[in-house]
Design a protein around this ligand. Structure first.
Ligand code: PLP
Length: 433
């Protein structure tokens, strides 16, 4: 019998996060103050983030210790499993060995809890009473709601309106964990009201929801903002994924030729890929591929320039690949991938040729999701299915070239609360974008 599962024990949970800023050959361009256009200092961030988070945001330390209470919380489900997709390999008839990391075993069903727990912990330590945030498809809202409950804090979630209606059970889950949730744009904030006035049927966007959460944060005391992707500290917290993968691939006796992750803001991709890119910078041969939807093609079609992180232009300016902070992506079902920008660290890696990017349309992604589900028994999140589509393409290429190849990809979350999207797919109601 071939080995299919590569499981670690609780003692194998990584004790430190890996900070790629210490190793990228060129220094990351600093964020800029939107008014002065001077490099933004810690004081520019202190209105929205607590001190420990700001420290991590600007840190150049290669390794950062994970606090004990965060490790205890991560032990709810970590280490997550690594599987070899033996049945998928057989169905594809490929000589490639396909492995996937499964982040869908977390209590909220995605990788987002890795950073939510750390952020709630640090804010609680500094006496913050409530965290405000946005959520696209709802996974981030669920993760932060649970983390706030875990560390005894309040939580307010602004959920992109199109997803609020597409994924009602995410809302139920967020409420079950004790958070307050509003569909965005909402009448709750000045910015939300201004959008509704111009367009009462606005489906919302992550950019708008971020602006609402930021407005809530700066206009109330004891409140900080929490971000589920894009920022350096979020990517940092996700590196437990890749560190575990390295051990698990070693158990399997292989090293990946290619590491694949879907990208919205870039955090799960960075989580699995950055520990391997560290090896690449040190001279090892490994490819990393970021996969995005053609409906929101930030890396493949965007520009590398300074831009705002939100629609109301309240954030500092970040040097990143962007489609423009007013970009309104179509309402595809991969709500978590509808963001106009890309994490500055992922953007820098792309600019430096350390990673590749590819974009796929929605129907091709769902075809791949169903192919994977039938072979492996896991219904993947629509976001994760972008990585699956790319992994299948790499496996087919290996077959055509008659080459053995080791493929590793991240299944960033499960799709059990996204079954409405699968229903639409089977009913023939989904379009390519
Ligand atoms: C949020 C989300 C994503 C996209 O966000 P990244 O920061 O790019 O990882 C991908 N997959 C799932 C399951 C998500 O919840």
């Amino acid at each position: 019998m071939q080995q299919r599962q590569f499981l670690l024990g609780q003692k194998d949970i990584p004790k430190q996060w890996y900070n790629i800023a210490a190793d990228i050959p060129v220094p990351p361009p600093p964020p800029l103050n939107p008014v002065t256009k001077e490099p933004a200092g810690p004081q520019d961030l202190s209105a929205i983030f607590c001190n420990s988070i700001i420290e991590q945001e600007i840190s150049n330390e290669r390794w950062i210790d994970i606090p004990e209470p965060v490790l205890d919380a991560l032990a709810m489900w970590r280490p997550s499993p690594l599987y070899r997709a033996i049945r998928l390999e057989e169905k594809l008839g490929t000589p490639a060995k396909i492995f996937y990391k499964y982040e869908g075993t977390s209590p909220v069903g995605s990788h987002k809890l890795n950073t939510a727990l750390a952020q709630a912990y640090y804010n609680k330590q500094e006496g913050i009473k409530r965290l405000a945030t946005e959520t696209g498809a709802g996974q981030w809202g669920c993760a932060l709601a649970l983390s706030c409950s875990y560390f005894g804090m309040e939580c307010t979630v602004y959920m992109v309106k199109v997803s609020y209606h597409q994924k009602p059970y995410r809302k139920s889950m967020i409420q079950s964990f004790g958070a307050t949730i509003y569909p965005s744009p909402s009448p709750q904030t000045k910015f939300g009201r201004s959008i509704i006035e111009k367009d009462p049927d606005s489906p919302g966007s992550l950019g708008i929801a971020i602006s609402e959460a930021l407005e809530d944060t700066v206009s109330n005391k004891g409140v900080k903002y929490s971000l589920g992707s894009v920022s350096n500290h979020v990517l940092l917290h996700q590196t437990v994924i890749g560190q575990e993968c390295k051990k698990q691939m070693e158990m399997a006796g292989v090293y990946p030729d290619v590491v694949i992750g879907c990208v919205g803001g870039g955090s799960n991709f960075a989580g699995i890929a950055f520990p391997f890119i560290a090896d690449k910078i040190a001279g090892k041969e490994v490819r990393a591929v970021a996969v995005e939807p053609t409906a929101c093609p930030t890396l493949t079609k965007g520009e590398y320039r300074y831009d705002f992180g939100d629609t109301a232009q309240m954030t500092p300016l970040f040097k990143m690949y962007t489609l423009g902070s007013d970009f309104m992506p179509p309402g595809i079902h991969s709500g978590g991938l509808r963001y106009h920008g890309m994490a500055p660290l992922v953007s820098l890696c792309y600019d430096q040729g350390l990673i590749e990017a590819v974009a796929y349309p929605q129907l091709d992604v769902f075809d791949a999701a169903v192919q994977f589900a039938k072979a492996e028994g896991i219904i993947p999140a629509p976001e994760s299915s972008h990585a699956i589509k790319c992994a299948i393409d790499e496996a087919i290429k290996a077959k055509e070239e008659g080459k053995e190849r080791v493929i590793l990809f991240n299944v960033s979350g499960n799709g059990y609360l996204d079954l409405g999207a699968y229903d639409a797919y089977f009913a023939g109601q989904l379009t390519q974008t």
